[in-house]
Design a protein. Structure first.
Length: 88
């Protein structure tokens, strides 16, 4: 299944490693360290010119999305439910 990250960006849900709230990146040293460590060698993709609200981490890219992490989480949960129904 796919998840819409904002703008024209849609990716496969199984590519997503994590979704972080953009505001929390400055609040936690662990988040800051994780992002700096994992952004090395990865392409950072700005999805829109709007202020980022969430950070989506995949194996090869880090996406900065104007959609909140809560909305993306709901979309991911919906995708998971749909995927489970496919296998029943």
């Amino acid at each position: 299944m796919f998840i819409h990250l904002g703008g024209d960006m849609v990716i496969r849900s199984n590519r997503i490693i994590g979704i972080l709230d953009y505001q929390s990146k400055g609040l936690s040293e662990d988040n800051e360290k994780f992002l700096s460590t994992n952004s090395e060698g990865k392409k950072v993709v700005y999805i829109s010119e709007d202020n980022p609200k969430s950070i989506i981490i995949t194996e090869h890219e880090i996406y900065l999305s104007p959609i909140s992490s809560h909305t993306l989480k709901r979309r991911a949960e919906t995708v998971t439910v749909l995927e489970e129904e496919e296998f029943m």
